[in-house]
Ligand binder design. Structure first.
Ligand code: FAD
Length: 451
């Protein structure tokens, strides 16, 4: 049986390359007819990355050096298509094939497709992305005008000539507020709380590239706060609320344009919404105004609808995965890409995918589920979905080095179980009971030397 990769977005493509290099026999399915995921079908035509080219490209496939520091959505698509072609990944992708459900077997998984027969796979790697399940503010259902989620915002004409209220201070909210400032008849921007806005570049260098791997997070925080203060000034000077959380406790918003439009008086900052009455929105400060369109930059929920209900707990935005990709209580299933790297995702995808390939091989050797062994070694689910890329890289390197320890731990766990079960077997025979089946013996565990 083959391994199945679900999704041919940036993460799924990175995983496919790593599995091919590790000679893991796999097939990949993609619900749409193209590679590149979000960059092909999920962002507005005018989008540019906010993480820089260098912090977003795969570690093993640089973007063209003559490209700008912040490539466009179109260039990102070109890049992912080039990646798929260079490493001959396209041939193994079944396009327009959506996975609808999957069930664990004793070994492997049974997978249902939307328009094809059910198939069995040795393992499944889920890379379905976490920027597609729209979250709306509760009051949006009561608004009688047009409600648009940022996922459905594609071009400025959707905003042109309208009285627009943009909700949310994340990266999408910020981009749409800046676009509305250019083309809408009026632009208001509702911020429930203060946000740390970082400029895209400082001293001509992409801000995210100023953060060096050796810098402790406290130093990064202090440095960015100081540099932003020097170059942009206090947020309050633009009418923005003061953030009540520390920088990096939420995903940072990286945008330079917004300050210009605030300075030009093209955007009016509003506080949170208290209620809605037809097309009139009431704010918590007692003000109210009628709008034609509410644009919700209110984010996404992490969702894995193909898994049996309740199999993977998601607390807020945090998928309760062990080792970043393993579901407690399950084997031969890997979930990749539910976290939010602070800068670009590329440099993390390549090493994480290589670790994935090693773990698939390791799991083939182990009788026990790998996740059970890691939990016995003290691994716990994360408490945040936000990832410091430098720290994550260190953890991935460490995880690679612990492979012999994992094998030893698995051996010990099996030996303990085996000795417990032979004790109970003796008791059963002595008492004339039928022997119980055991969970495997240490002799069945024949570790292969690490690759
Ligand atoms: C406006 C916006 C700006 C962003 N800017 C940046 C940025 O500057 N830098 C950055 O690093 N990231 C950015 N991101 C995050 C972006 O989501 C990631 O860069 C990247 O797309 C994540 O890759 P992925 O493969 O995990 O998910 P996706 O790109 O979402 O790809 C998932 C793929 O899986 C497929 N799929 C889903 N379910 C199924 C199924 N059941 N069966 C078969 N196929 C399925 C989908 O069709 C899709 O092609 C941005 C996101 C948005 C929305």
């Amino acid at each position: 049986m083959k391994t199945l990769i679900i999704g041919a977005g940036p993460v799924g493509l990175g995983c496919a390359k790593a599995l091919a290099e590790a000679a893991v026999d796999y097939v990949q399915v993609e619900a749409t007819d193209h590679v590149g995921g979000n960059w092909a079908h999920g962002v507005y035509t005018t989008a540019h990355i906010i993480s820089s080219r260098k912090t977003t490209e795969y570690a093993d496939h640089p973007m063209p050096r003559h490209w700008p520091a912040f490539p466009s959505a179109k260039q990102m698509c070109t890049y992912y298509n080039d990646y798929a072609d260079t490493y001959e990944l396209r041939q193994r992708i079944r396009f327009e094939t959506r996975v609808t459900a999957m069930r664990p077997l004793e070994r492997g998984w049974e997978v249902d497709f939307e328009a094809a027969d059910t198939e069995r796979f040795a393992a499944v790697v889920i890379c379905n992305g976490h920027h597609w399940k729209r979250v709306y503010p509760e009051w949006a259902a009561d608004f009688s005008g047009e409600v648009l989620h940022s996922k459905d915002y594609k071009r400025p004409e959707q905003l042109a000539g309208k009285r627009v209220l943009v909700v949310g201070g994340g990266n999408s909210g910020c981009d749409i507020a800046a676009e509305a400032a250019r083309v809408a008849s009026s632009t208001d921007w509702s911020l429930r709380q203060g946000v740390h806005f970082l400029p895209k570049t400082l001293f001509g260098v992409p801000t995210v590239e100023l953060m060096r791997p050796w810098m402790p997070v406290g130093v990064q925080r202090a440095m960015l706060k100081l540099l932003t203060r020097i170059t942009v000034g206090p947020y309050e000077g633009y009418g923005l609320p003061t953030p009540s959380h520390r920088l990096f406790e939420e995903h940072p918003t990286i945008n330079t344009e917004i300050f210009r439009y605030l300075d030009h008086g093209k955007i009016s900052v509003r506080p949170g919404v208290s209620s809605v009455d037809g097309d009139t929105v009431h704010f918590v400060d007692g003000a109210s105004k009628a709008y034609d369109l509410v644009a919700c930059g209110t984010g996404y929920a992490v969702s894995l609808p193909m898994l049996p209900e309740g199999m993977l707990e998601v607390r807020g935005k945090v998928a309760q995965l062990i080792g970043g990709m393993l579901i407690p209580g399950q084997r031969d299933v890997y979930v990749v890409g539910t976290t939010q790297p602070r800068y670009g995702l590329g440099p993390l995808v390549t090493p994480a995918a290589q670790l994935l390939a090693r773990w698939i091989r390791l799991q083939e050797d182990l009788d026990l589920p790998l996740v059970e062994v890691l939990q016995a070694m003290g691994q716990k689910p994360p408490h945040t979905h936000l990832v410091d890329p430098h720290q994550a890289l260190r953890q991935i390197r460490l995880a690679r080095r612990t492979e012999p320890l994992i094998r030893r731990q698995a051996n010990q766990m099996l030996a303990r179980r085996s000795s417990r079960s032979s004790q109970s077997l003796g008791r059963d025979l002595f008492e004339g009971h039928r022997p119980r089946t055991t969970g495997g013996s240490p002799l069945e565990f024949q570790p292969r030397p690490p690759a």
